[in-house]
Design a protein around this ligand. Sequence first.
Ligand code: NAI
Ligand code: MG
Length: 335
Amino acid sequence: MKKVVLIAGDGIGTEITASVKKILETAGAPIEWIEREAGLGAYEKYDNPLPDETVAAIEEHKVALKGPLTTPVGTGFRSINVALRQKFNLYSNIRPAITLPNVDTTFKEVDMVIFRENTQGLYIGKEHWVDGDDKSHAESIAVVTREASRKIITSAFKYALQNNKKKVTLVHKANILKLTSGLFLEVGREVAKEFPDVEFEDLIVDNMAMQMVMRPQQFDVVVTTNLFGDILSDLASGLVGGLGVTGSANIGDDVAMFEAVHGSAPDIAGQNKANPIALLFSSLLMLEYLDEKPIAENIRKAIYKTLVENKDACTLDIGGKGTTDSFTEAVCSNL
Ligand code: NAI
Ligand code: MG
């Protein structure tokens, strides 16, 4: 059995994690869940949205599956998600966007994975007013280092090699941001030489945005800096049915945390309406990370079968007529 820290989180978190637990158990995944708390629920109980016990459990077991967390407003605590990424240096944010059967979208046959640098760029929180009290001139600092760029770009190439993807596309704005984006591109060209079996191309981010909408099928693995990755990964989710059907991984050298990209959906919490697919796909990334690829593939097949043959059992957000429970039962019986 492999021990994984499970943080159900807030809002629909309890419902979707229960669904994922049931489906993984039915599939025979050798996982022992170590349940810990975080988010608004933890804040209300312990006055701390990220209790030490939770951090210690992640430190000990190294792998976590996390439901959505409501970020308490007006407490000075920025975002627990961001705090966790920084605490464990989870520098790779990995977001696959794959067209699903029988989920209605304009775009067909999309199968791409975006690797977003998760710790640097414009997201380090270094902003200031240039003119003090006047507040009409602000500046923000972007950080790009050779070391962090090399890590994320290397993980994108390794992923391409291990998953039989033929091409890595590096996205940048080095024509304008000559130092920061230029460094990222330079490191990309160096790393590409170490992977001669993987094709390499670079695209300027504005062209990339257009290409993703015009012909998204041309992309396999995409690697980019924090801000571009934030925007393009949501764009990629939009190509395949939205945030409700996209999973994600946050991976560092030592620790990995898997989470859905949507929030805690307070408007539908406790109503048996939440779609567990996003967290389920995140759990499949986790199973692959834990070397349980065959089990992950079985579950993926059962989800696809459910979408095609039991669409009514699926939740309302993807055009079904069912509930969290009816979807979960359908997937389990297809397993
Ligand atoms: P949200 O993603 O929770 O909800 C946006 C809309 O999508 C709502 O109408 C919701 O019902 C729907 N939705 C989301 N997930 C769904 C699912 N699995 N099945 C069916 N419908 C779903 O975003 P919102 O409302 O902006 O944020 C709510 C809270 O979540 C906030 O406190 C925010 O800070 C937090 N949040 C947490 C994230 C995380 O933990 N990774 C990410 C985004 C937001
Ligand atoms: Mg985002």
